[in-house]
Design a protein around this ligand. Structure first.
Ligand code: GLC
Length: 539
């Protein structure tokens, strides 16, 4: 099969965060019928595929990343039949569908965990999770020093109904997200079935949550280096070589099916070479390029990360991927306007506020750089509108468990999960027919609403649409990058096919070379101003 037949090699994939995309039912939470209704919006924008964050049955302790049943749709998001309809309707519109798979942990309300708790210490039910006796005279100390990514200890001690404490269980995330034991064959077999279930339902791929976390170092030794939120993911619980056996197995589960599916790793690993291991020919197809996402707004940094990304992936024959925003990080239209442009953590009202005007200017430049690169790119809902992070959410509205678990030290990720603004003059900016929104929207979203931007010349939305169209007609996703010299240290300069791409990263204006201007992130004439990108057709 020629590489061109693999749809994911050059695809632009739009991430939908279901609870914040569009609400059909009127309860203030987005849902699957809301997405179905808005699918034409995605074709109008020109993306190839969508990735849906979890919509499964869940007590919503981590906005659905705590799954109680992997094959049932949570009533908040609609009916199970709606998922099937969504897949079919997307396919009618030639959109591929990737769904989220959450294998590192379940909800504590999953049947497996409830059975494990009920069955007691030493039972085979407990072996599906990571239960241990505590240390100390009476087992009162956690089995090791691992912490939760969301803050506080990674262990919680169970109590019998009469209040007597017993074993501890591991949760690398919220207390309601117990980690599964992937050394247990029942866990492996169960997830083979989950994969098959959704492939039979027609999905084109899976985004694999916390793909670097499934296997823990034997003996669960203490962690020597402490880790920050989804940060320096080194230690005995991350990126263990044993995870690769699981992905080879999944590759084998998907292989017999007709068609072409992608497994996409969410793996926060120390470097791009470790990341490339996840996309070897017999494992997954893609991995998110978080080195690109976390790069500071700096030309030398971008040149290095692009060069290393291409090289690392070429070594294993996988396409590179590019991403600037998602539901876990500060939106890049604000991130690029903060003092530390590489800091992806959210911000609250008491924190220094980003310069959103500067941020948006750079975000458009960064996006045009990204969309000109060969490989596949991910776009997070609302970035096509230039939405900033909501950095002044009153604390009482916060929902992300990070806020509570970190003892209010970190505001968490609610600021990038604000319900989408669809209509400027409707209540709740048209997100819901009732006007309700599960998180408050900032006033700045009004002018950025979809109805203010679609097909409006000069809007951020139109820039995305034009970039996606040109990327397709010029086959940039399938192209090859050649570096260009002579524009100075502050310019990222490359060609891809017959397109010359220049990004002036905070440098003095530079003279444009000969060539027809195809697209620019800001109006240009004969010079490329600071914080701007231009695509030129080479003469
Ligand atoms: C991933 C998800 C994040 C979630 C965590 C635990 O990092 O992207 O939203 O909180 O996993 O499932």
């Amino acid at each position: 099969m020629s590489t061109h037949q693999h749809w994911w090699r050059n695809a632009v994939i739009y991430q939908i965060y279901p609870r914040s995309f569009a609400d059909f039912s009127g309860d203030g939470y987005g849902d699957l019928p809301g997405i179905i209704e808005r699918l034409p919006y995605l074709t109008q924008l020109g993306v190839d595929a969508l990735w849906l964050s979890p919509f499964y049955l869940s007590p919503m302790a981590d906005a659905g990343y705590d799954v109680a049943d992997y094959t049932v749709v949570d009533p908040l998001f609609g009916k199970t039949a709606d998922a099937h309809e969504l897949i079919a309707r997307a396919h009618d519109l030639q959109l591929k569908v990737i769904i989220d798979l959450v294998p590192n942990h379940t909800s504590d309300e999953h049947e497996w965990f409830k059975a494990a708790v009920a069955a007691g210490p030493g039972s085979s039910e407990r072996d599906m999770y990571i239960f241990r006796d505590g240390k100390g005279e009476n087992g009162e100390l956690p089995p090791n020093n691992w912490s939760s990514v969301f803050g506080s200890s990674g262990w919680t001690r169970l109590k019998r109904p009469d209040g007597t404490p017993e074993q501890w269980y591991l949760h690398l995330f919220d207390v309601k997200q117990p980690d599964l034991n992937w050394n247990d064959e029942r866990v492996r077999a169960a997830f083979d079935d989950v994969l098959r279930h959704w492939v039979d339902a027609g999905v084109d791929g899976f985004r694999v949550d916390v793909a670097h976390g499934l296997v823990k170092e034997p003996g669960l030794p203490d962690q020597k280096v402490m880790t920050e939120l989804l940060g320096t993911n080194m230690g005995p619980m991350w990126d263990q070589d044993g995870v690769h056996e699981i992905y080879r197995r999944w590759h084998g589960v998907l292989e017999p099916y007709d068609g072409d599916r992608a497994l996409v790793a969410e793996a926060w690993v120390p470097d791009l070479d470790r990341l490339a291991l996840y996309v070897r020919p017999d494992e997954m197809q893609q991995a998110f390029n978080f080195d690109f996402l976390t790069a500071e707004w700096d030309a030398a940094t971008y040149r290095a990360v692009i060069r290393e990304s291409l090289a690392a992936n070429e070594a294993v024959g996988a396409p590179t991927t590019w991403v600037l925003s998602n539901h876990d990080v500060m939106r890049h239209a604000s991130r690029f306007g903060r003092l530390d442009t590489g800091d992806r953590n959210g911000a609250g009202p008491e924190d220094p506020q980003p310069d959103n005007e500067l941020g948006l200017r750079r975000a458009k430049a960064g996006t045009l750089m990204m969309l000109a690169l060969p490989g596949s790119a991910y776009v997070y809902q609302g970035e096509e509108l230039g939405l900033p992070e909501h950095t002044t959410i009153p604390h009482e509205f916060r929902q992300d468990p990070v806020w509570e678990r970190s003892g209010h030290e970190r505001v968490g990720r609610d600021g990038c999960r604000i319900p989408m603004p669809w209509t400027a003059d409707a209540p709740g900016l048209g997100f819901s027919p009732s006007g309700k929104t599960w998180l408050p929207q900032p006033e700045s979203y009004r002018d950025l609403a979809v109805d203010q931007q679609v097909d409006v010349p000069g809007s951020t939305w139109s820039l995305y649409r034009d970039a996606l169209a040109l990327r397709k007609t010029r086959a940039l996703g399938d192209g090859e990058l050649s570096w260009l010299e002579g524009f100075g240290g502050n310019v990222v300069a490359f060609s891809n096919g017959d397109v010359t791409v220049l990004t002036n990263v905070s440098g003095d204006p530079v003279a444009l070379p000969e060539g027809e201007i195809l697209l620019a992130s800001t109006p240009v004439d004969d010079e490329l101003p600071t914080d701007a990108t231009v695509w030129l057709r080479r003469n």
